[in-house]
Design a protein around this ligand. Sequence first.
Ligand code: GDD
Ligand code: MG
Length: 357
Amino acid sequence: MLEDVEAVILVGGKGTRLRPLTLSAAKPMLPTAGVPFLAHLLSRIRAAGVRRAVLGTSYLAETFEQGFGDGSALGLELTYVTEEEPLGTGGGIRNVADRLTAETVLVFNGDVLCGTDLSAVVETHRRREADVTLHLVRVPNPRAFGCVPTDAEGRVLAFLEKTEDPPTDQINAGCYVFQRKVIDEIPAGRPVSVERETFPALLAAGARVWGHVDNAYWRDLGTPADLVHGSADLVRGIAPSAALPGPPGERLVLEGAELARDALVFGGTAVGRDVRIGAGARVEGSMLFDGAVVGPGALVRHSVIGYGAQVHDGAVVIDAVVGDRAIIGAHCELRHGARVWPDVALPPHGVRFSPDV
Ligand code: GDD
Ligand code: MG
């Protein structure tokens, strides 16, 4: 158990591609499998035995505080620190240093859904007497992440953030163990990237930087497609979480929702409060926020339907995001990355998708 370890969670920076679309609040507060996204991470931190966590944010701090308060409902002592200007990942960590009391600190990117055994990561850190230990995973597309080659023992050889020609598919999973003294050495009061500045500098100085590689569930939820898939994985129990409000299954249905008896709702769909799904509708692996409506015969797949948005009879919505309160008229067809802004109303038959040239 990790009673003597504190956690820092980074949320902020450039914001999210989803935000203009649906979303009255910050992405970490988006309902994901029935609870704010960040609740899944916080519950895992608590389940590992950590008691104190600091949320380092550069935006919307009030929203987080309203959502989680002092953390007691989660069994955590939670404090919040807001940057006046975004300080980057390293600056964000440095900016919370005066709130930390532990010698060993777990740091998390707040937009990652992950099932790693946190005790095992800390155990590697202690066994290696490391200055910093990085949780590493293997992914098919390492160019989009921080590439981290290690030697046969697991010592980190280099840190290459978003490099065109990654030498390995092993990447930074966005969870670190820091010795407190390393945090204190990050320059204060200016933006610092932990990936582009701190890690390369530590390696150049010969610091003990180790990797902890495993096969845990892992997904960065930086894009709408990843958010939708991550949510479905949570609902189905593929992504482990102690915060899922119900047993894992093909769908999670919150109070007040009404699903027609012959509606097919599956694939890890999260159905928010007071949602209505009509007869013969088919909803697969999607997120339907509170008050959304899916009309009779409509098809919604791998999509986000915002608060109070309506998908009318026979419409098709696949791999799309429908903003809050938007209306997709009957028999419209949206596919492949379509984004509908909040409050926009598409008339019946108003849009179709065709691969014809
Ligand atoms: N407080 C604060 N201030 N947080 C920030 C800031 C900032 O200025 N900038 C970014 N963050 C937070 C983001 O909210 C996110 O939780 C985390 O730091 C990482 O930032 P992203 O912008 O999501 O980075 P990324 O996904 O492109 O890459 C990072 O994560 C990958 C794994 O998901 C890097 O750490 C990569 O090396 C890593 O592979
Ligand atoms: Mg990210």
